[in-house]
Every structure is written in structure tokens, then in C-alpha cells.
Design a protein around this ligand. Structure first.
Ligand code: TRP
Ligand code: SF4
Length: 444
């Protein structure tokens, strides 16, 4: 199975995706402080490497979030998922960077940069702020305006082969070359936030939809390849179970081992053994020290002018289905509710949405409705019923036949009206913040 990040026809067999791609199920809901509904309800269902940002969050260390969107159509409820998560992580101490993927919109959607930038400024950026991201510890930029990102893209591309790209994306002879390059710009988006002047090597989490998984896999491989040191548990004959630091692609291993030994000692981590033949240092430290040691060494690499990018983590969320039964898509207005949509029009869309109701009132009273096959219920899960007790109540009353679709829809319509009115009012109130951010993003 292969995921095509630019196709509008995604597989939604989530269990199979988790198995085939070796993703970890997302099981942090109980350990996070005040997790948002999307996390409590399993909409965020899988991850790669989330243990690192989680550890940083728990220990009060620096960590960051990077995510972004192609500004290729109206921003709608489906897009909101990523920003609900980013705002939550920001509230838990993360710095947040958002990329406006105008280059990707150009390559993948044939949209002019000018048009993409217009949509970003007039729509996306104000939504980001109104959805709860605060301007402190927030940086928004345009791919095409940040030279460092396109440069780093080339540097990363220079380390990859066509066969790797074919293996990850299934690219063929007819693939547009732009599609071959866009993933490197995205990798650069994700990695450049660990530059020394942007906070340095640190855990980063990228909240995305599952369609982005190929980009994440590529980015994590590219990040690993920038590293001089590799830290892992190791069994040594003399020393027993130790934490080992191996020197990889560095030509002068002796010098690299010296530097690491010195730096670790400086941080109070005593090196218990060294084997120059194996290009290794050994420390009497438990596995739980791996990330700390790794972070020290990544920063050491950076101080020597190397990239030293720690492999970024990602979380994956399920997609909200379209209101008209198909996929939710920006190009089909009937399938989505845009964040700047007229509340009454949005309510009408909910009215027409596919429900899990039965053929007649009688039948529904007898058999109950089917919330798991209902776009209205899905809208409650994702957005309209943030309170878990309320959601459970809707579910149970639906299944027992006590709640009928008419009443249920009327309630959802009221909720969407309130949500949109409040959101649009917030957009209005935060307008003054947007101008400065948009201006800054436009130049850097
Ligand atoms: N590819 C993403 C999309 O289709 C946009 C994007 C570009 C992105 N760079 C990113 C997402 C970095 C997350 C992280 O919308
Ligand atoms: Fe969907 Fe509500 Fe009807 Fe149940 S009662 S099927 S949740 S619209």
C-alpha cells in the first residue's frame, strides 16, 4: 500500500495504515494535561516518535510544533484539526511555527504564488489566530519567502536518490518533477526550525493528517542522515548494559569522540569507556537518558557547523468525512463548511447532510439511529460537542431511538451557527494582530 499525499482519494483503513507503515498507536490521552477533544476521542490515532516531545513537555524543556497548509482553497472545518492541536501544544509550552505552503500549492494545485498568498493573508492567517494560537511563541512564514527553507530543501535533496523517492511515493516516469522536489521543501519546513538561530536542536512534533505520512517518513530519514552521533543502548562485554554513543559519517572519529567526551563530561555525564575501533563511547546511564544525551550531542554538532537535526515526531489524525457523503474537500463546497461561511448557509448544509437515521420515525424509534454512519454525529465528535458527557448522551439517545434526526440536526445547526458567529467575531477582533503577522510572513 502506498499513500499519495496529493490525491483526493485517500484510503481510510486506519488499522491497516498503522500496521503497514509501522506507526505507533497514539496512547497519550491519559498522560497529557487537559488534552483537547480530538486527542481524548482518538481522532488523533497514531504517531511516530511522540515520546520525545512528550518528555520535553513533561520536563519543562524546550520543544516545538511545526505544521502548515497549502492555501489552495477556502479553509474549512477539516483544516481546523491541525490548529486545535497546535494551539493546545502552545498552551503546554511549545513554540509554534506555521508554514504557508505556497510553493506546494503552486506545484500540486497549479495555483499562482500571488493567489496562494492572497488566500493566506485574507483567510488562513486570521483563522489561525482566531482558532486560539497566540502571537507569543508563534512564527508564520511563506515557503517562497524564506530563502533558508528553499536552500535547505536543495541541501537535503542532494542526499536523496530517485530510488528512495520511488519507494516512498511510487513516483513514475510521468511524475511531474515539481512533485519530486516539493517533499524536500516540506522536509526543510520541518527541519529548519531546529536551526541554531531558531531555537536549536530540540524535539519537534508535526500534527498532520495521515495523508502526510510519506513526507514524515522521508523527513525523519533525512534528519537521521544529518547526524554525526547516534545514541542507543548497547551490551558491552566488560561494562554490561550501557548507553553507547557511536560516531557515524564523521571521517575523523577520534576527534568526534574527543569532542563528545568533553561535552558530556562538561554536562556531568561521565564516560565509562571508549572504543576507538568501534567509534564508540560508553556511559553508565539508563535508556531513559537517551534523549538527553542525544540532544546534547545534536547541539554539539550544530556548534561545529553541522545540521544536527533531531528526528522530528509526527501525530496523525483521521479525516472528517464530507457532509455530502464523499470526502471533505475544499473544491466541493457542499462537502465542507468554510470557517468564513455565512452561518445560515452552513446550517443549510448540515440540514442536507447524510445522517445515520432510519427510513421512518417508527423504525428509528424501534431500531435507533446509527451514529457511526452519520455526518452530523461526526461533526459533533470533531467540533460541535466538545463536552464528553454531552457527546455520550447524544450517542446513547441516538442509538436507543429516543433522539430523532430532526431534533438532533436542529441542535447541530444551532451549534454551528454559534461556532461560526463566535469564530468570525474573533477574526474581527484579532484583525489588528493579523496585519503585523502577515507583513512579517511576507518578507521572511
Ligand atoms: N503538505 C501539506 C499540505 O498538503 C502542507 C505542508 C507543507 C506541511 N509543509 C508542511 C504540513 C510541513 C506539515 C508540515 O497541506
Ligand atoms: Fe445522526 Fe443525530 Fe440522526 Fe443519530 S439522531 S443518526 S446522530 S442525526
Amino acid at each position: 500500500m502506498q499513500i499519495d499525499p496529493w490525491s483526493s482519494n485517500q484510503s481510510t483503513d486506519y488499522d491497516r495504515i498503522v500496521n503497514e507503515f509501522g506507526l505507533a498507536p497514539f496512547t497519550y490521552a491519559d498522560r497529557l494535561v487537559d488534552p483537547p477533544a480530538l486527542i481524548r476521542r482518538g481522532v488523533v490515532f497514531a504517531h511516530r516518535g511522540f515520546d520525545l516531545p512528550f518528555e520535553a513537555m513533561t520536563n519543562g524543556e524546550r520543544w516545538g510544533v511545526l505544521t502548515g497548509l497549502m492555501p489552495s482553497g477556502p479553509m474549512h472545518l477539516g483544516h481546523k484539526l491541525v490548529f486545535d492541536q497546535a494551539a493546545y501544544y502552545q498552551s503546554q509550552g511549545a513554540d509554534v511555527t506555521i508554514t504557508v505552503a505556497d510553493l506546494e500549492a503552486f506545484v500540486a494545485r497549479g495555483m499562482s504564488l500571488k493567489k496562494a498568498q492572497e488566500i493566506a493573508v485574507n483567510n488562513y492567517i486570521r483563522n489561525y489566530i482566531a482558532l486560539g494560537l497566540t502571537p507569543e511563541r508563534l512564527n508564520i512564514y511563506f515557503q517562497s519567502r524564506r530563502r533558508r527553507v528553499t536552500d535547505l530543501g536543495w541541501q537535503l535533496a542532494a542526499r536523496a536518490t530517485l530510488s528512495k523517492m520511488q519507494a516512498i511515493y511510487g513516483f513514475e516516469g510521468k511524475t511531474n518533477i515539481g512533485h519530486l522536489y516539493a517533499p524536500f521543501v516540506q522536509a526543510a519546513d520541518i527541519l529548519h526550525v531546529q536551526d541554531k538561530d531558531r531555537g536549536g536542536a530540540r524535539p519537534i512534533v508535526v500534527p498532520v493528517g495521515i495523508d502526510q505520512e510519506p513526507h514524515i517518513r522521508l523527513t525523519r530519514e533525512l534528519a537521521d542522515a544529518t547526524r554525526t552521533y547516534r545514541v542507543q543502548m548497547h551490551r558491552d562485554k566488560k561494562l554490561g548494559e550501557v548507553l553507547a554513543v557511536f560516531v557515524g559519517n564523521e571521517t575523523d572519529a577520534a576527534r568526534a569522540l574527543d569532542a563528545a567526551q568533553y561535552e558530556l563530561a562538561h554536562r556531568g555525564l561521565r564516560v565509562a569507556g571508549r572504543n576507538d575501533n568501534y567509534r564508540a563511547l560508553y556511559l553508565h546511564e539508563p535508556a531513559s537518558a537517551t534523549s538527553t544525551v542525544d540532544r546534547i550531542l545534536a547541539r554539539l554538532e550544530q556548534s561545529r557547523g553541522e545540521m544536527g537535526f533531531i528526528s522530528p515526531a509526527a501525530t496523525y489524525h483521521r479525516f472528517m468525512g464530507g457532509l455530502d457523503g464523499g470526502k471533505m474537500s475544499s473544491s466541493r463546497p457542499e462537502s465542507h463548511i468554510a470557517l468564513d461561511e455565512d452561518p445560515d448557509r452552513a446550517a443549510k448544509k448540515l440540514d442536507r447532510a447524510q445522517t445515520g437515521g432510519r427510513g421512518s420515525v417508527d423504525e428509528q424509534r424501534r431500531l435507533g439511529g446509527q451514529p457511526d454512519a452519520c455526518a452530523i454525529y461526526e461533526a459533533y465528535v470533531y467540533h460541535l460537542a466538545p463536552d464528553d458527557k454531552e457527546l455520550t448522551d447524544i450517542r446513547e439517545r441516538c442509538r436507543s431511538g429516543a433522539l430523532l434526526c430532526g431534533e438532533c440536526k436542529a441542535f447541530a445547526k444551532e451549534r454551528i451557527r454559534i461556532f461560526l458567529r463566535t469564530h468570525q467575531e474573533k477574526c474581527h477582533q484579532t484583525e489588528h494582530l493579523v496585519e503585523a503577522i502577515a507583513k512579517e510572513a511576507h518578507v521572511a
